[in-house]
Each structure stands twice: as C-alpha cells, then as structure tokens.
Design a protein around this ligand. Structure first.
Ligand code: UCC
Ligand code: FAD
Length: 563
C-alpha cells in the first residue's frame, strides 16, 4: 500500500490556511502610557488593582456584552397584544447587564465620591476610557447621566433622590439620564430651534409640549430638557433668554410613558446599540430646574461633562484600534514577512500611536482640571483652561485614527463579524453629537470673548505651554493678540484653525512634559519629537497664505458653488 498524502483541498473545500485573529488581552496591562501616567500622577495601589481587575472583566465579560448589543439593537414596541398604544423601547439583556456593571464599577459614582481628591476624575475617566471600546456604546447614557448629576449638583436644587440614583453604585437604584436638546429646526442653534413649550400647573410643576428630534438612550429613567415657559396667554420669549431647563422622569415603574409618544427609532449609520428616538411630548410632566430663562447657561455644565466623556471615549477607540493593529501585525504576513517587519507598515502604526498618545494626554489633562475644579483646588487659571480646553479636546479627537487603523487590517477591517467596522461607525458620530467641530470652534471664540481674552492669557502662561517654547507658539500668541483688531468676520473664519492650533500646541506641550518626567522612556521622547514635526500652528501658516483675508469668504462661496 502506498502512503496517502492528503491533497490540500480534499477534506475541506476551503483550504488549510486560516489567519490567526487579533486577540484582545487586558487593555490596562497593554497600555504603557496609561500605566505610566498613573504611576506618575496617581500611584495608588487600590487604583492599580481596580483597573487591573476591570481590564480582566472587560476581556472576560464586558466585550461580549458590547458585541451582543451591536447584534441585538433596540426595537420599538408601539402596541401591546391587545392593541393599546404602549410605546415601549425594548433593549437586549446585555444592555441591562451593562447598566448594572456600570453601577457596580462606579463609572459615574467615582466622579462624585471623590475618593482620590483632585485625581478622582482621572481615576473615573481611566475606567471610562478602558470601558468605552468594549461597552456597546453604554458610555452614551453614562456620559449624560454624569452630566445630569453635575447639573443637579451645581444648581443645588432639591432633587436629592435623582442625584443619589444617578451617582449610586447600587445597580437596583441606579438611574440613567437623557439629554433632550435637539429639535427639528436645529441641534447646533438650540436657541432658535427650540419650539417646545412648558405650561405651568397649579402644583408648580409643568407640562411640556413639543417635538424632540434626537433623543439618545431614550430608555433612560429621566432626562434633562429645554422648553419655553408660556404665560397665561400662551406667549413665550424667543431666543436663548426664553429657554428654561427641566427634569422629567420618562417612564414609570411599569414602563408607561409620561405624556411621551415615541414617533420612531432612528435608523443610524452607527451607535445602533443605543436607541435614539424622535419623541412627541404631549403634556410630559416636568420639574423646573433652572431659573426661568437660564436654560442654556444651566445645561452648559452637562455639555462640559458629556464633551469630556466624548473626548475620553474617542481616545479609548483610538487606543483600542492601535492595540489591535499592532497585535495583528505580529500575526499577519505579506510578501514573505510579518507586517510588523515591514518598516513602512510600522511607520504608519507609529504615526497612529503618536496621535493616540497626544490625545490621551490631552483628555487626561482636561479630566485633571475638572477634578481640581470639583475638589475646589483649581486656580483661576485652571478654571479658565478647563473652559477653553474642553471644546478643543472634543473637536480635535476625531475619527481619523480609527479609520486609518481599519485599513491596517486590509480587507478584514471591512468585514462585519470581525467587529471592526462598528468601531468606525461608532466613532463617526463623535464629531457630530455634543456639538460639531465648527460649533465647538465658535464656542472657543465665545470663551475667549466672554473672558475678555483671559482664557488665552491662561493658555499662554500655562506652565506646560511654557515648556514648549517654540516659534510657532509665539506666532500664535501674536496672531491671537491682533485678532480682535482684524476686519469683522475674519475671526470666525479662523475659528476652526485657531482651535486646531491651540490643540496641537497644547498636545505638544503635554508630550514634552511627559517626556521630561524622570521615568520617561526613549519612546516618550520620540513621541514628543514626532508630534512637534508637524505644522503645530495652521492658523498662522494659513493666515500668512491669506486664507482669512476679507475677500476669502466670497471666493470660498464661488469655489463651493462652482457650476
Ligand atoms: O448630542 C447630544 C447627545 C448625544 C448623546 C450623548 C453622547 C455623549 C458622549 C458619549 C461618548 C460615547 S445632546 C445635544 C448636544 N447639543 C449641543 O451640544 C448643542 C451645540 N450647540 C452649542 O453648543 C451652542 O453653542 C449653544 C446651544 C450652547 C449656543 O446657544 P446660545 O443660546 O446661542 O448661546 P449663548 O447665548 O451664547 O449662551 C447662553 C449662555 C451664556 O451664558 P450667559 O448668559 O451667562 O452669558 C453662555 O456663556 O450659556 C453660556 N454657555 C456656556 N457656558 C454657552 N455655551 C457654554 C459652554 N460650553 N460652557 C459654559
Ligand atoms: P446643524 O446645526 O444643521 O449643522 C449642520 C452643519 O452646519 C454642521 O456641519 C455644523 O458644523 C454646521 N454649522 C452649524 N452652525 C454653524 C455655524 N454657526 N458656523 C459654521 N458652521 C455651522 N441631540 C440631543 O439633544 N439629544 C440626543 O440624545 C442626541 N442624540 C444624537 C444621536 C445621534 C446618533 C446623532 C447623530 C445626533 C444626536 N443628537 C442628539 C443631535 C446632535 O446633537 C445634533 O445633530 C448636533 O448637535 C448637530 O445639530 P444639527 O443636526 O441640527 O446640525
């Protein structure tokens, strides 16, 4: 008998080679920069241990729950079996489980317990950062929950039960909150866009009538929302000064809605795990939280918190994709060697790594400032910087690293059941909700104008920026000083580039600062140098190129509408 060598395709029609998948391992132990950052600033055994265990839990439990949420998106049950209108938003068990885990892990609570003083927010946000890429967007309700708690705390209003529930670790009592601001006329321009009215009731409560066009995590237990209080003739004040802030419990314990009709669930590019509904408010009972007419200013604290969460989650996504990329490069071969041995491929990944490191340090710096403010140890400069850097960090941490990261998996990056495409879809929203890039750039200008330039002064006298004494920074200072004297409209035209310039310089300063730490490694120094290679100050180079000259706006219009 002759020996039988199996033909390569005889047993199975699909061949013998199967690519090894990139494996997710404990994201805390994998993360050299996070560990170094904490070792430098918060060298606490308990924090180390908690994050280590949380990292294990992410791999063994949470990752699968997040994936389940992607595969079992929420549905709207409009009628019950007997034809009654019920408008129930049904979410999967994994979504409920993530709610419980969020409470147990103190993902909101840690920000309010303030166990680590000035560093409490850094601790909390380190967990959010690790949680985000595995959490099936449960970070969305958590961000709004944190924002609502912050508003209640800062207004000092007597809604103790809500505050206690939003910040508890008890999964049975834990509430999440929504944030219903956007209406059909506008999400950026809330002042002109809000048509919802609030009618005062005998008992001092209000009934709200209106249409909310985007409401995410609509299954939340309560919400904050804006409306215009009407007088007894049904009239209300237009604009920002007519808006007041309300708190409403959305669903009662039987899941019945409080004067709310769910028009439909949105069919979205990503964030499919999260229900986002259009809601008709037809007499929703609500409690006034703010002073009358101070709605926008009062919800601003929520915007600060959700924008910081947004930043942290964006960096979490960047970190996850870069980890998976480097892991895959160890396993995938092309042209007779592993991807990790192709210098050009590794150069590509190292650029993503530099972006991710800079973004991480930026996000943590904002969290540090927030923690100081909440612990009452912030200097005036810290407070000004927090106001300036929050929108800048949110607008700068964008989708591009995730998008490029996907490419490094080749075709597999485009294949649904690898779980990779949802990372891109979910990252794409981060620059849209909670303020688009342009709107946040204008918010940066608002913060400069409102402080009569003190926020910029704080920026330029910040110790960290002084570390990064470079020509570009001086040019930027000169640009900023002379900006006010420029022709009307010029400043707005440079808002986006100004925000990017402030971001890049600050991120450079943070990388340099980290690289000068006594335990810094060669890679820390290299990352700082690489960051500073780029044009850190596009607002100055574009200004020199005439991009903000008075005739530019007309030329831009002609170009866009050419033909
Ligand atoms: O998108 C949403 C939820 C998505 C799901 C949750 C995701 C969470 C992240 C999860 C990660 C995975 S909720 C919708 C978000 N919508 C926005 O972000 C709106 C974008 N538009 C703006 O930000 C605009 O700039 C407005 C609406 C704030 C501008 O309104 P006004 O009425 O034109 O503003 P004014 O008149 O300039 O400002 C009114 C007051 C002023 O204070 P006073 O009256 O004392 O002078 C402002 O200084 O509000 C103050 N103010 C602020 N204060 C305005 N913005 C701020 C701010 N950012 N910080 C402090
Ligand atoms: P527009 O304001 O119409 O903006 C369109 C474009 O114009 C943008 O590129 C913008 O940058 C630009 N633009 C606008 N104004 C200016 C200006 N002055 N100068 C220069 N450029 C400008 N909202 C909620 O309230 N609660 C939610 O829970 C919620 N969930 C959401 C979930 C998802 C998945 C999405 C996609 C959105 C959600 N939103 C929610 C709405 C979101 O906050 C808004 O879509 C966003 O703020 C932008 O508003 P808009 O859609 O009206 O865009």
């Amino acid at each position: 008998s002759h020996t039988h060598t199996p033909a390569p395709f005889s047993r199975s029609a699909i061949g013998t080679f199967f690519q090894e998948r990139p494996l997710l391992t404990n994201p805390f132990t994998q993360d050299a920069l996070l560990r170094a950052y904490l070792q430098r600033h918060l060298p606490d055994q308990q924090v180390q241990r908690d994050l280590l265990l949380f990292g294990e839990r992410l791999v063994s439990e949470i990752e699968a729950l997040g994936r389940q949420c992607e595969l079992s998106p929420p549905v709207l049950q409009r009628y019950d079996a007997w034809g009654r209108r019920v408008d129930r938003i049904l979410t999967c068990d994994a979504w409920t489980r993530l709610k419980h885990i969020s409470a147990q892990e103190g993902l909101v609570a840690a920000g309010y317990e303030r166990t680590y003083g000035d560093w409490s927010r850094v601790y909390q946000m380190s967990k959010i950062y690790l949680f985000a890429p595995s959490a099936g967007l449960y970070t969305c309700p958590l961000a709004m929950t944190d924002g609502a708690a912050k508003v209640i705390e800062s207004l000092g209003v007597p809604v103790r039960e809500a505050f206690e529930r939003l910040t508890t670790r008890d999964e049975k009592r834990f509430w999440t909150s929504g944030q219903w601001m956007t209406e059909r006329r506008g999400g950026s321009d809330v002042s002109s866009g809000t048509e919802t009215v609030a009618r005062r009731q005998q008992d001092g409560w209000f009934k709200l009538y209106g249409f909310k066009w985007f409401t995410s995590a609509t299954d939340a237990d309560m919400t904050l929302t804006l409306a215009r209080i009407t007088d007894r003739h049904g009239r209300s004040t237009a604009g920002s000064s007519g808006l007041s802030l309300f708190l409403a419990e959305a669903w009662d314990s039987d899941g019945l809605c409080n004067g709310i009709e769910v028009q439909r669930l949105k069919d979205k590019l990503g964030t499919r795990q999260v229900p986002t509904a259009e809601l008709l408010l037809d007499g929703m009972s609500a409690q006034l939280l703010s002073e009358e007419g101070r709605g926008v200013a009062s919800i601003a604290n929520m915007l600060t918190i959700t924008r910081i969460h947004n930043t942290v989650c964006a960096v979490g996504a960047m970190r996850r994709i870069t980890h998976l990329c480097r892991e895959y490069a160890r396993k995938r071969a092309a042209f007779r060697k592993l991807l990790k041995d192709h210098a050009l491929h590794v150069q590509t990944l190292s650029r993503l790594e530099v972006e991710t490191r800079a973004a991480f340090l930026f996000a943590m710096e904002v969290c540090r400032l927030l923690g100081r403010e909440e612990n009452r140890s912030a200097s005036d400069r810290d407070t000004l910087l927090l106001r300036l850097l929050t929108p800048i960090a949110k607008l700068y941490t964008a989708v591009s690293v995730v998008s490029e990261g996907l490419e490094s998996f080749g075709g597999q990056g485009y294949i649904e059941d690898t779980g990779l495409p949802s990372m891109l879809r979910d990252a794409q929203v981060l620059s849209i909700w909670e303020g688009t890039t342009n709107v946040l750039s204008l918010d940066v200008l608002r913060s400069i104008a409102k402080s009569s330039g003190s926020v910029l002064q704080a920026f330029f006298t910040d110790l960290l920026v002084c570390v990064c004494v470079c020509l570009q920074e001086r040019l930027l200072a000169r640009f900023a000083q002379t900006a006010a004297a420029r022709p009307a409209g010029t400043l707005e035209l440079s808002a986006r580039d100004l925000a990017y310039s402030l971001a890049r310089i600050y991120m450079g300063a943070l990388l340099v600062d980290h690289a000068t730490w006594e335990n810094a490694t060669h890679t820390d120094i290299y990352a700082a140098l690489r960051w500073c290679d780029q044009d850190l100050c596009p607002v100055v180079s574009r200004d020199a190129a005439g991009c903000y000259d008075p005739q530019t706006a007309a030329m831009d219009t002609a170009l866009v509408y050419d033909g």
